[in-house]
Design a protein around this ligand. Structure first.
Ligand code: SIN
Length: 311
């Protein structure tokens, strides 16, 4: 039987509270990945390997950790004795990490992220079931690509969105729906596994990656923050437009000026799902559109584009 490698990075799944009835006042990223595995009795007979890549609350995720995680995942996925890799992670930036790994690796084996909404010490912790489901999916013959497993659903990296702050079913793939369901140790495949073209890992060291910031359209948006960011040396900007990507006149003018000053600008939407309208559609702002990528995915894309240019 091929092995599954589990890479720990922290998150609520590794969180600990002082009391079992406290699902909010806990500290994320306290338990090591081996302790998470030990808390899942049905995993006892599985050929597993564990590696602690990081130990952090995912709100503090950074480029250095992404690069290390991608390197370790690629290393293990290339091993002929490994069927798939699982990553334990926080939920807060799960969709960014998933998209980053999808863009740089687009693996031919399953790379399955999992997380939890309740800490490991909670009365009814969701982490052990999610970890078991993630390992089950990573061992599924024919599975591939970057996926995230929570609450019995496997989402592809492209569609993954965190849509709720506290519910156990905090993630959604919107209209596309999950790629698969995991029920009682069985995988029910609903759609094709996610695939893509990997851009590879840029050679640029973590401390030389470009600064890419996010700004938003909103009532009263006049572009002042864009001018301040350009003054401060920002290299790229992703704007979260309203609705289908619309921008106030003041914000749009400031973004055009930023482009003229050499800043790369991409336009996405504040909405969780759906494409932004493009000049190619005959309407919409000429600020380059990020297609149907979310603001956070568009930011990862722009980071990679600029980092690859620097490498
Ligand atoms: C985190 O993202 O690391 C903390 C919150 C969570 O995992 O739900």
């Amino acid at each position: 039987m091929q092995k599954i490698v589990i890479l720990g990075t922290g998150g609520t799944i590794a969180g600990r509270a002082a009391r079992a009835d406290d699902a909010v006042g806990y500290r994320a990223a306290e338990l090591g990945v081996q302790a998470l595995i030990d808390a899942v009795p049905p995993l006892a007979g599985w050929p597993l390997e564990a590696e602690q890549v990081a130990q952090r609350d995912s709100k503090d995720m950074d480029i250095g950790t992404w690069l290390l995680l991608a390197q370790r995942a690629a290393h293990h996925l290339a091993r002929p004795d490994v069927a798939g890799v699982v990553v334990t992670h926080g939920t807060d930036t799960l969709e960014e990490t998933a998209w980053f790994l999808h863009r740089v690796l687009a693996p031919a084996k399953p790379l399955v992220l999992t997380a939890a909404m309740r800490p490991a010490t909670a009365l009814s912790a969701d982490g052990p079931q999610n970890l078991f489901d993630a390992v089950t999916l990573a061992a599924e013959p024919g599975a591939c690509g970057v996926l995230a497993v929570l609450a019995g659903q496997a989402h592809g990296a492209a569609d993954l969105r965190k849509v709720h702050t506290i519910r156990l079913e905090a993630f959604s793939s919107g209209d596309s729906g999950p790629v698969a369901l995991i029920q009682s140790g069985r995988v029910k495949v609903l759609r094709p596994w996610p695939t893509g073209d990997a851009v590879g890992l840029p050679a640029t060291p973590a401390d030389a990656w470009p600064w890419v910031a996010v700004v938003a359209n909103h009532a009263g948006a006049d572009g002042r923050e864009v001018r301040a960011l350009v003054q401060s040396g920002v290299a790229g900007l992703v704007v979260a437009g309203t609705g289908n990507g619309s921008l106030s006149a003041g914000l749009e003018a400031a973004l055009h000026a930023a482009q003229s000053a050499g800043v790369a600008v991409r336009r996405s939407s504040r909405c969780a799902f759906g494409p932004v309208i493009d000049p190619a559609d005959g309407v919409g702002s000429p600020i380059p559109s990020a297609g149907d990528r979310t603001v956070w995915q568009a930011r990862v894309n722009l980071l990679l584009e600029l980092a690859i240019r620097r490498s």
